[in-house]
Ligand binder design. Structure first.
Ligand SMILES: CC(=O)SCCNC(=O)CCNC(=O)[C@H](O)C(C)(C)COP(=O)(O)OP(=O)(O)OC[C@H]1O[C@@H](n2cnc3c(N)ncnc32)[C@H](O)[C@@H]1OP(=O)(O)O
Ligand SMILES: O=CC(=O)O
Ligand SMILES: [Mg+2]
Length: 727
């Protein structure tokens, strides 16, 4: 243990010691000794309980496996439910209650809008996400398939005026839909100005009109008679019409509008979990360091684009004049959560007195909150939580006991760092089956600090497959979304959130749009999220946030929530109805091959970047060449799905191996442009990534809850070791 120093009862990696001492603690009122002795106490107090909770997961799964083996071919949901109650998987539901979380920033409590997720390991992306509070509608439209290529409007290298005109027309329609004029249309506007506290719009026919709802104008930049920006509000979201008649776009616009900017990512999750790779002290520090930059407000990154280098920093708040001429600011950055890891993994950065690696979730809670103290004590422009909270998302918890454990951990962290109770707010991912079915009791366990529940349907699908691995084969991956369990799960999450008083206090969130390049499709489909009563939903990119923001102009979520409180709660029997493939014989050989190849390609495409390149989120083409957002949750699904079909004889081992080898060649070709890339097909036996892929499938049945982390970490560590021997 040459790389470690004794800190209280802990052995701590030297680099982590230095990072805390030299980068995190300066400027905080906490001594190094206090910090490590507090972490030591928490680790030794809570580590054993954490491990016991993990052991309980395994014990429950073993009982479920036995039951499933006995009930193959004769599944009955009522008998199943009774069994789950007997083993304590399903716990009794207590009295009704309301959450009492207070002092929540308005981006979470009273505004409805997109939530962006970003791998914190990537400073360039992390900054971009923090700055994604405001997004250019014109860029989002011009750059994506929301504007079709038809009629000469292709997106080529050079500026396409036909496409630009379509963008401008779309923007004007947006204004006409949500900021209607008394007479005429924004479409025909040729001049905007402010007079007598009102927005005046001159139309092409010479008439001048005003907003139907004058209150929608809340501020401006520039001069009233010649504003450069007019700030409007609708559904509690702000929109700015930006004017510059001399700009490239403004010149082409009758009213000189150069852009319409939308309040977009109200909140962002800086992810330490499924979209990052952090298997050792060095990689953890890298993530923590970016979080530190965000919390201190000084994170920066040099960006090279088209040969030009710029420095990306956090944007300031935006300053406007109100209609009485007083200046005011609007938030310029997204409100940041950080997603800690769950309760499963350990990390070698810290070792306890008994030789156990620290539970990574304990380390994350303590260090991410310590770092956030920089935000809590600052009064400058780059403040994250104006209300003085630390927002932590806690993923992959199984049931109320585990949520109560997170609460206990957060209490301990607050006490250690001198924070008042419930300063740390929690977002609970409803993404494991035992959490879904006991959701109300899970919420009760954090009722004074909970600020969101969110259907992480990707992990939830992986858990669905793993939990019932032995019961029978599952439907193909693409059919999952049409299964009764998932609809009931989505509805149940909203029903319970509303019954527990989330409206106006906390977020009820929906999951990720995982096809980042298909924004036209997203515009059609993702409106279902606010319509379902969700006041936020995940998007994969800032562009996605700007486009999805339009859905919250179309739908008044809080009104929808009022109507939903009257509906009958979704059925737990449906949630527990396992998505079994009822007629295996109907599956054609082509359908089986397609399913296998698709899963294999996504799995390999993701794993090779994870193990070899340390990338935790990637856009990986599927077999139809559509780029999909892959992260550890999607890997959990594909590996568990192949494993499930193997288990039930739909696939054979040699068939899976052959498919993986064939798909590895394709993945190698897809990555050939990268000089650092090591082709798997050059030597399948020696390729750690390929071996990891095999293990994820062939050992998938015995992986805890079907998680991919243990194997990914093992292989990544081997890869790092091999690299260091080579250098
Ligand atoms: C199941 C779950 O847990 S889902 C949550 C976890 N998953 C995630 O967080 C994934 C978030 N998304 C991403 O990481 C990325 O969008 C990917 C990997 C899917 C695609 O990445 P790329 O192929 O590099 O994206 P693409 O080429 O389309 O766009 C790159 C640009 O968009 C920006 N961008 C893309 N995604 C994001 C994001 N999530 N946040 C901020 N900026 C982003 C980049 O900064 C870059 O802009 P820049 O050049 O000005 O810096
Ligand atoms: O974390 C999100 C998910 O879908 O899983
Ligand atoms: Mg997840």
């Amino acid at each position: 243990m040459t790389n470690y120093q004794q800190k209280d009862l802990l052995k701590v990696n030297n680099e982590l010691v230095n990072f805390i001492k030299e980068e995190v603690l300066p400027g905080l009122d906490i001594t190094e000794q206090h910090f490590w002795s507090a972490l030591s106490k928490i680790t030794h107090d809570l580590g054993p309980e954490n491990r016991a909770l993990l052991a309980k997961r395994i014990a429950l799964q073993e009982q479920i496996d036995q039951w499933n083996l006995k009930h193959q071919g004769n599944f009955d949901v009522l008998t199943y439910k009774k069994f789950l109650m007997e083993i304590g998987y399903l716990v009794p539901e207590g009295e009704d209650f309301q959450i009492s979380t207070s002092n929540v920033d308005t981006e979470i409590s009273t505004q409805a809008g997109p939530q962006l997720v970003v791998p914190t390991a990537n400073a360039r992306f992390a900054l971009n996400a923090a700055n994604a509070r405001w997004g250019s509608l014109y860029d989002a439209l011009y750059g994506t398939d929301v504007i079709s290529d038809e009629d000469g409007a292709e997106k080529g290298r050079a500026h396409n005026a036909i496409r630009a005109d379509k963008v401008i027309a779309y923007g004007r329609d947006f204004l006409d839909s949500h900021f209607p004029l008394i007479t005429g249309l924004h479409k025909h506007a040729c001049c905007y100005y402010i007079d007598n506290k009102q927005l005046h719009v001159k139309l092409a026919d010479g008439a001048t009109t005003q907003l139907q709802n004058a209150q929608q104008l809340i501020g401006y930049q520039g001069q009233k008679e010649n504003p450069s920006s007019m700030l409007l509000t609708h559904n509690d979201l702000r929109v700015a019409i930006e004017i510059d008649a001399m700009s490239a776009i403004g010149k082409t616009d009758a009213a000189g509008i150069k852009d319409i900017t939308l309040e977009s990512a109200l909140t962002t999750i800086q992810d330490f979990e499924d979209s990052v790779v952090a298997v050792n002290a060095e990689e953890k520090i890298h993530v923590y360091r970016n979080w530190l930059g965000l919390m201190k407000g000084d994170l920066s990154e040099s960006i090279e684009k088209s040969g030009k280098v710029t420095k990306r920093v956090l944007l300031a708040d935006k300053e406007f004049q109100d209609l009485s001429g007083n200046s005011f600011t609007v938030h310029g950055r997204s409100l940041l959560f950080c997603r800690n890891v769950g309760h499963l993994m350990t990390n070698p950065a810290v070792v306890d007195k008994d030789g156990f690696e620290i539970q990574e979730g304990i380390m994350d809670a303590m260090i991410s909150t310590l770092i956030a103290l920089h935000d809590l004590q600052k009064n400058n422009l780059h403040r994250n939580s104006r209300n003085g909270n630390v927002y932590i998302v806690k993923p992959k918890m199984h049931g109320p006991e585990e949520v109560a454990f997170a609460n206990k951990l957060f209490n301990a962290v607050e006490d250690a760092l001198g924070l008042s109770r419930d300063t740390i707010k929690i977002g609970v991912m409803d993404e494991e089956r035992r959490t879904t079915v006991n959701l109300k009791e899970c919420i009760r366990a954090v009722k004074s600090r909970v600020v969101f529940i969110n259907t992480g349907f990707l992990d939830r699908t992986g858990d669905e497959i793993h939990t019932s691995m032995l019961l029978g084969p599952m439907v193909p991956k693409g059919n999952m979304k049409a299964q009764p369990w998932i609809k009931a799960y989505e509805d149940w999450n909203v029903d319970i959130g509303l019954a527990c008083g989330f409206a106006g206090k906390a977020q009820i969130g929906k999951g990720m749009w995982a096809i980042p390049d298909e924004m036209a499709e997203m515009m059609k489909v993702k409106i279902s999220h606010p319509l379902a009563g969700a006041n936020t939903a995940w998007v994969p990119s800032p562009t996605g946030a700007t486009l999805h923001a339009m859905h919250y102009h179309q739908v008044k979520v809080f009104e929808i929530q009022k109507t939903l409180t009257k509906r009958v709660r979704a059925s737990i029997d449906n949630i527990l109805t396992v998505p079994l493939l009822t007629n295996v014989k109907d599956l054609s050989k082509e359908a089986i091959d397609k399913e296998l190849n698709n899963n294999a390609q996504g799995l390999l495409g993701y794993v090779v970047r994870w193990v070899d390149l340390g990338m935790g989120a990637s856009k990986v083409p599927d077999i139809n060449n559509i780029g999909l957002m892959e992260d550890r949750a999607t890997l959990r699904i594909s590996s568990q799905h192949i494993c499930n079909w193997l288990e039930h004889g739909i696939l054979t081992e040699s068939q899976v191996r052959t498919a993986l080898e064939k798909m590895a060649v394709i993945v190698d070709q897809q990555n050939a442009h990268d000089n650092n890339y090591q082709a798997m097909s050059a030597d399948f036996e020696k390729s750690l990534s390929f071996q990891a892929a095999l293990d994820l499938i062939f050992k998938g049945k015995t992986q805890p809850n079907g998680y991919t982390e243990p194997l990914l970490h093992e292989y990544r560590k081997q890869f790092i070791e091999a690299q260091s021997l080579r250098n």
